[in-house]
Design a protein around this ligand. Sequence first.
Ligand SMILES: Nc1ncnc2c1ncn2[C@@H]1O[C@H](COP(=O)(O)OP(=O)(O)OP(=O)(O)O)[C@@H](O)[C@H]1O
Ligand SMILES: [Mg+2]
Length: 298
Amino acid sequence: MITVENLTKRYGSFTAVDDISFEVTPGSVVGFLGPNGAGKSTAMRMMTGLTPPTSGRTLILGRAYRDLPNPARQVGVMLDAAAQHPGRTGREVLHLVGMTIGVPKDRVERSLEMVGLTSEEAKRRVRNYSLGMRQRLGLAGALMGDPQVLILDEPANGLDPQGIHWMRQLLRAYADQGGTVLLSSHLLHEVQIIADDLVMIGRGRIVARGSKAALLGAQGTRANSLDNDALAVAARAAGLEVSGDRNGLLIKATPEQVGRLALEARVVLTDLHTTGSEALEDLFLSLTAPDARDHVAA
Ligand SMILES: Nc1ncnc2c1ncn2[C@@H]1O[C@H](COP(=O)(O)OP(=O)(O)OP(=O)(O)O)[C@@H](O)[C@H]1O
Ligand SMILES: [Mg+2]
């Protein structure tokens, strides 16, 4: 369990993290999404005791990070995968982590296995690792203490699509066993694949949060049927907002609601889906647009 309460960080007159609050409950994978400079890393550094907050606090398993009896055994942290010692081999890096936090030696092999690094790869020096291999090694380090909570800053950075799916499976399995996962990303599609719930931030502030399903559905449902006019009439009669274009109807409702409407109106549906990733993308862009670094000149 992670509880973030009114967390704020100011650097002089600049507010990097502005009064954010949210919870990550056991069994869930929450994506902390925001554009470059939104304040994700700063917030995660505060959560893990590396940067003191200006105000607010974070409780992990009910305590501040610094008050956890053996933090590495309770919270796996990966903040900067690029910061690993380049001259050591992957296996050495994990051995050192294991010694520092006091876990049995066999945990190294187990962690390597969990992140899919082969024994041969573990013998190579980190300087010769690909970006994706570094991410896997960083994750292996975070998993060494068999923690209940994972806090990962941009863990999917540099992973190929297959790697992102692999990470989803790993984190999903971890959460299914009662683990709590918070991961950040500045890429919507990564978060969309990996996380169940989203917390979106822009310029230090939370701009949206909720389950991925709710955020995806928030924009509405795209529907096509053998009689779109009748379906539109039925939807409006039910008090729903309806718009239409050549791609069909866009109804502010869930697919289930639209399906029921069609059933009642005896209209045959030919296509029914949430406006999906484009909608979440639009939401992400619109929510963060005034905060975005780059404004494309018209
Ligand atoms: N020590 C510091 N002093 C001054 N400003 C800082 C400091 N650390 C971070 N910032 C500023 O806080 C803002 C948020 O930075 P942060 O690294 O948290 O963003 P981010 O969301 O992790 O971005 P990215 O996606 O690029 O990793 C940035 O404007 C950054 O310059
Ligand atoms: Mg960052």
